[in-house]
Design a protein around this ligand. Structure first.
Ligand code: ADP
Ligand code: MG
Length: 299
């Protein structure tokens, strides 16, 4: 189980990218973190594998606190967490197999010198991982000769070669066309089901989130504003995105989360949009409802 307790991140320039995030994710869950650009999605994933240090809060994986680890223990923990990036992050000039083997090392800088001395069983495992993403026959090819979709599959094989407990994917299909995007999501879903590992995918595409997620966590301005099954998202929220200039269509519903800064509400098949700021000096719900109502009448 992965547990985040009151995790906050304030960058040096004072930007609060995460604001008291509390999440528990069970073994085998396929979670999509959904939110607009700047919501804090990347920061959240990077805090989990400690590419970024949270300012406050704690993170635990299977009872072990990730946030207090350093040195060899941190390195070992990172091995349990596979990471997939939007830009694939392969070493372009190395072969596909070498890239996957780097998953075994967790450290590409020492890869070149060690490459010829990889244990046979690691090479075997890397080939198996490539087979699982359908790219075994590409093992000897240079990484940068592959298409974007293929490179992302290599990145998935590399994560698999770590034998991870968790896979974190940060907008893994943002650089791909829609059809290839689905191939990547299908693959992540298959791995999630076969390995019963936690998969967390950052997305800003609502449709993909609804199609694949067991659970969607909506993030807006560093706060969790939605946490539930995809069908609930459909019922209560058209989307967790907001634009200042969007007109209010309808806003008669109370937001589900009292922590929400801004909540979208869907009613009668229409997007109802509320500019509610709840708590932290924000207006009360009732006040804002009447403000929203007045605005609607003005329009
Ligand atoms: P998302 O992935 O949802 O687009 P990010 O986690 O990248 O969101 O960013 C959340 C907020 O933190 C944004 O306002 C962004 O500008 C800011 N931010 C991200 N990384 C840094 C950084 N290294 N230094 C300062 N601010 C950052
Ligand atoms: Mg991001």
């Amino acid at each position: 189980m992965l547990k985040l307790k009151e995790v906050s991140k304030i960058y040096r320039d004072g930007i609060k990218a995460l604001d008291g995030v509390d999440i528990e994710i069970k073994k085998g869950e396929f979670v999509v973190i959904l939110g607009p650009s700047g919501a804090g999605k990347s920061t959240l994933l990077r805090c989990i594998n400690r590419l970024i240090e949270p300012t406050h809060g704690r993170i635990y994986l299977n009872g072990e606190e990730i946030t207090s680890l350093c040195g060899r223990k941190l390195h070992k923990m990172r091995q349990k967490i596979g990471m997939i990036f939007q830009q694939f992050n392969l070493v372009k000039r190395l072969s596909v197999l070498q890239n996957v083997l780097s998953g075994r090392l967790g450290d590409v800088s020492s890869l070149r010198s060690l490459f010829y001395s990889f244990p046979k069983k690691d090479v075997q495992l890397a080939l198996e991982c490539l087979d699982r993403v359908g790219l075994k026959s590409y093992a000897a090819k240079r990484a940068d000769t592959l298409s974007g979709g293929q490179q992302q599959r290599v990145a998935i094989a590399r994560a698999l070669a770590q034998r991870p407990k968790v896979i974190l994917a940060d907008e893994p299909m943002a650089s791909l066309d829609p059809r290839t995007a689905k191939v990547i999501m299908d693959l992540l879903k298959k791995i999630n089901q076969e390995e019963k590992i936690i998969v967390i995918v950052n997305l800003h595409v609502v449709e993909l989130a609804k199609e694949y997620a067991d659970r969607i966590i909506g993030l807006t301005k560093g706060k969790v504003v939605f946490d539930g099954i995809p069908s609930l998202l459909d019922k209560h929220f058209k989307t967790i995105y907001y634009e200042e200039e969007t007109r209010v269509v309808n806003a008669d519903m109370i937001p589900v989360s009292s922590k929400a800064k801004r909540v979208w509400v869907l009613e009668a098949g229409k997007i109802a949009y509320a500019r509610w700021q709840i708590g932290e000096g924000g207006d009360s719900v009732e006040n804002q409802k009447s403000n929203v109502k007045n605005e609607r009448e003005e329009n």
